[in-house]
Design a protein around this ligand. Structure first.
Ligand code: DC
Length: 241
């Protein structure tokens, strides 16, 4: 496994579109939509970190005990569909698709995601999932996909947006999921706290060399989708030329 999709005999390897960005940048919904439009698979790498944080909680393990978390990784069997219509997460045979979105998982996930051994294990797992996907292309979204997981991907995009706009979007998302169960102020505080914690591990606020920055602050959902698709078309044509 090389982690690239540019090897000389890569005829059957999927095109990788790597999309990074902070919480609330819209990268998940935009990536899903684009995968649907292009007939590609969709891999949400944050879901794997969430799934591990969820299992840590289920087993009563201290999330800050990195040895205990690493030991758990040995007994962590993760399966995720690449179907953008119905992404699902199964952990050790249990469907955790909904559970990994709970607020307590969102609060705990940064602690497990900062463990280097966990990241190495997950990065290899993501490369295998993509290589074995059997799809023409896969949109892989996360925080370090453009820089660490698939630094040689055909398309590398950093999707960002102004901090206030991201908090508003996340708030609207939560309001839709469970009306009246949260406060806008608390949502904004949690989002910024998670960004601060996560950005100590990987830099997803600044585009690395060769990564295309798309700022969606003033774009609506459809405009953001169009902007990302335009970059995908441009970069894949360039690669073929
Ligand atoms: O995208 P998300 O909010 O569902 O991600 C959950 C957490 O996982 C987030 O706090 C950061 C972490 N993460 C990461 O460290 N590296 C990735 N490639 C994806 C997510």
């Amino acid at each position: 496994m090389t982690g690239t999709n540019k090897s000389a005999d890569s005829g059957t390897e999927p095109i990788v579109v790597a999309v990074d960005g902070p919480a609330g940048s819209g990268k998940s919904s935009v990536s899903r939509k684009i995968a649907q439009q292009l007939g590609y698979g969709y891999l949400d790498t944050g879901a794997a970190y969430r799934a591990l944080a969820w299992l840590v909680g289920e087993r009563g393990i201290n999330k800050d005990d990195s040895d205990a978390v690493c030991a758990l990784v040995e007994d962590f069997h993760y399966a995720s569909t690449l179907d953008p219509e119905t992404p699902s997460v199964v952990v050790n045979g249990t469907d955790a698709t909904m559970a990994i979105r709970r607020p307590e998982v969102s609060s705990d996930v940064s602690a497990v995601a900062r463990i280097a051994r966990v990241r190495e294990h997950f990065n290899s797992m993501f490369r295998v999932i993509v290589a074995d996907s059997g799809m023409p292309g896969v949109i892989v979204e996360g925080r370090d996909i453009t820089t660490v997981v698939f630094p040689d991907a055909s398309v590398r995009i950093l999707l960002t947006a102004d901090e206030t706009v991201r908090a508003l979007r996340r708030n609207a998302e939560l309001a839709e999921q469970s009306p009246g169960s949260h406060s806008a102020k608390k949502t904004a505080e949690q989002l910024h706290a998670r960004d601060r914690a996560d950005s100590r591990v990987v830099d997803f606020m600044n585009a690395a060399e060769g990564v295309v920055l798309i700022d969606s602050t003033t774009l609506n959902f459809d405009e953001t989708v169009d902007a990302v698709i335009a970059v995908i078309r441009e970069q894949t044509v360039k690669e073929k030329a």
